[in-house]
Design a binder for this molecule. Structure first.
Ligand code: ADP
Length: 186
């Protein structure tokens, strides 16, 4: 059974939050969610908070240096094993992570553009998140994912630590497939 740290990658709205919470409940992982950390930082009235608000609200990524610093701080204070949800999202972030952490399993949930759009618009009804409300911003986030995160997925494929899953399956099915991966992963 794999007992190390895990990276979860999916397009926005791909089900990382749901899955990481199930893994936390059942196996006691610590959760490190980049989006949540950024939204917490955004609430502060600081200059950085304002910058984050502008970027996230429009569906853009924040600069690598900023998120790298926030995640590093979090990793150093989190008990292992942990799940990284939403980090890394770029090749630069992945290379940085290699210098501060040991992760041997990357789970990639693949979800179609149509499903993403439907799920996020639905989540937007209750999340109150500005970036979940407009189709235009959702499309921008999907494009960002293709431009920035596909190269990162290739990077993990080459390292042979990538496990691929169909994120269109039911929540229950995805979780059971993840458990299978944990069982066979060494
Ligand atoms: P989702 O995965 O649905 O987009 P998140 O809550 O994970 O939602 O992220 C919300 C927003 O926070 C992203 O659209 C992006 O603007 C910013 N963000 C999150 N993680 C990162 C990251 N690793 N690098 C840069 N920006 C990020």
């Amino acid at each position: 059974m794999y007992k190390g740290n895990i990276i979860l990658i999916s397009p926005p709205g791909g089900g990382k939050g749901t899955l990481s919470n199930q893994l936390k409940e059942k196996y006691g992982y610590t959760l490190i969610a980049a989006g949540d950390l950024l939204r917490a930082e955004k609430k502060s009235e600081s200059e950085i908070g304002q910058k984050i608000k502008n970027l996230i609200g429009k569906g853009n990524l924040v600069p690598d240096e900023l998120i790298n610093q926030i995640i590093q701080r979090e990793i150093y204070k989190s008990p292992e094993p942990y799940i990284l949800d939403g980090f890394p999202r770029t090749l630069g972030q992945g290379e940085f992570l290699d210098t501060i952490a040991d992760v041997n399993l990357v789970i990639y949930l693949e979800v179609s553009d149509e499903t993403i759009q439907k799920r996020i618009l639905n989540r937007g009804k209750t999340s109150g998140r500005e970036d979940d409300q407009s189709v235009e911003i959702i499309k921008r986030r999907i494009l960002q994912f293709k431009l920035d995160t596909f190269p990162l997925i290739e990077f993990y494929k080459k390292k042979k630590i990538l496990a691929y899953l169909n994120g269109e399956e039911s929540i229950k099915e995805v979780f059971s497939q993840v458990e299978n991966i944990l069982r066979i992963w060494s």
